[in-house]
Design a protein around this ligand. Structure first.
Ligand code: FAD
Length: 425
């Protein structure tokens, strides 16, 4: 069967490889010049490894991703990095039950109460009961206002902004449930991992067109036509792995009720400044620092080289400054120089001399990066089958209750290939 895949993110690559293994004729269309989408990367001169545009790792319980890495023979490192929070101008390691129980900003009763709530979420497998519960209502009642207000509320606001008041407890449950203290990282970086998948796709004679943005999907009789620039292609089936808003934009003849349902899913954009430094930024070796202070314009500082060895990057220290926000937020249109000026006084609170060691910095942004998982989210998710027969939408917005991630993109890719093979969709 002649099948087109729109998007060469992890999802598109995964479904392509599985369909090729089943003997289909597969063509991928990707608007960028590289694979990987949100999990893509770049490489500077003298670096041995690529670096992800946005901080990425696997959890050690990301079974689909880790098994897939084995299947494509791509090595993965397992590392135990340090995760911390920034509160009232200080850094506290907070990444294990013993660290929670010794967290000095709360008294012993507050610590035990917070630890008990986190343990309840971690060991409870029944997420459905949390679906319609609001995280911002539940957590202060369950763990106490002080612990919530100090640690969790600023992180929820940092991640979801105005929507933070209505985030489903199922989403929070999933974050706690999935978290592992050890993390995994593909050798060479995520872009290298995606290049390995691409090589396998090419060995199986898959067609991959980069710099080929699909501007129209149309169904005429039994064939589906795809338009890129001024070229038209025909397929029996089309699998779309791009965000639903973009799918609506490029697809003709979708009924109004489908469009209205799709528009109910809200997503946030992401802004990420990557600093290249000659010295460490987080001197206590923290990899992931959640900023629990909403006066900061940054949600997390992630020092990649406190996780992966700096020798892979010509001994540079690499730091991400991440922030989710709506694409109409005024920060979203700022240049990298404007952003560093805005971030500078905040960064100096942690490392006042960092500018002396700054080699360069790069800015990455994407408009569709994080679905807003509110208490109605489960009801609004679009099915894979669209109103156009043989056109399927398989994107990260369908990952639920888990937080979207490469593990689920890989899993969904395999699942859709099997459903197509069995003629079940
Ligand atoms: C800041 C950040 C941190 C993250 N951290 C992690 C992490 O640590 N671990 C983890 O597992 N996951 C993480 N994720 C999530 C992970 O990146 C995504 O879940 C995953 O990459 C989604 O893959 P995808 O293929 O579904 O979508 P995408 O990556 O969005 O891929 C879609 C592709 O379609 C292409 N495209 C779009 N429109 C068109 C068009 N019209 N024609 C042709 N091509 C088109 C895009 O260029 C893109 O390549 C993170 C995401 C962000 C934003």
């Amino acid at each position: 069967m002649k099948i087109a895949i729109i998007g060469a993110g992890i999802e598109g690559l995964s479904v392509a490889l599985h369909l090729l293994k089943l003997g289909h004729d597969v063509t991928i269309f990707e608007k960028s010049d590289l694979p990987g989408g949100l999990a893509s990367g770049f490489k500077e001169k003298n670096w041995r490894w690529t670096l992800d545009k946005y901080y990425h790792h696997f959890f050690t319980n990301d079974k689909n991703a880790l098994n897939f890495a084995k299947e494509i023979e791509h090595d993965v490192l397992i590392i135990r990095p340090k995760t911390s929070v920034y509160i009232d101008g200080k850094i506290y390691q907070l990444d294990s039950p013993s660290k929670v129980l010794s967290f000095s900003k709360l008294n012993i009763f507050e610590r035990i109460r917070m630890a008990a709530v986190l343990a309840f979420l971690k060991f409870n497998p029944f997420w459905k009961i949390f679906e319609n519960i609001n995280t911002a209502d539940f957590l202060p009642k369950a763990m106490g206002k002080k612990a919530y207000g100090m640690i969790w509320e600023p992180q929820l606001i940092g991640k979801f902004g105005d929507s933070s008041k209505n985030i489903s407890l199922a989403w929070f449950w999933a974050r706690i449930k999935k978290r592992t203290t050890e993390l995994a990282y593909p050798k060479g970086g995520f872009l290298e991992f995606e290049n390995t998948i691409l090589k396998k796709i090419k060995v199986l004679k898959g067609n991959v067109f980069f710099k080929s943005e699909v501007s129209e999907i149309k169904k005429i009789d039994e064939k589906i036509t795809i338009k890129t620039a001024n070229k038209f292609y025909e397929f029996n089936k089309v699998i779309v792995t791009i965000p639903s808003r973009q799918f609506l934009k490029i697809t003709k003849n979708l009924p109004d009720d489908y469009r209205k349902k799709a528009e109910k899913i809200k997503t946030l954009g992401v802004l990420n400044l990557v600093l290249r430094l000659k010295e460490k930024f987080l001197k206590d070796n923290t990899y992931w620092l959640s900023i629990c202070d909403n006066s900061w314009p940054i949600m997390a500082i992630v020092e990649h080289t406190n996780f992966v060895d700096k020798s892979n990057y010509n001994n540079e220290h690499l730091v991400y400054l991440g922030k989710y926000l709506q694409s109409n937020d005024k920060l979203f249109s700022k240049s990298k120089d404007e952003l560093i000026r805005i971030y500078d006084p905040f960064l100096k609170k942690i490392n006042k001399n960092y500018k002396e060691f700054l080699v360069d910095y790069r800015l990455f942004k994407d408009e569709f990066a994080q679905p807003v998982v509110d208490t109605n989210y489960g009801k609004n998710i679009l099915p894979c089958e669209t109103p156009l027969e043989n056109v399927y939408l398989v994107d990260m917005e369908q990952v639920y209750p888990w937080d979207r991630g490469t593990n689920y993109a890989i899993e969904m890719g395999e699942k859709i290939a099997k459903l197509i093979e069995r003629n079940e969709i």
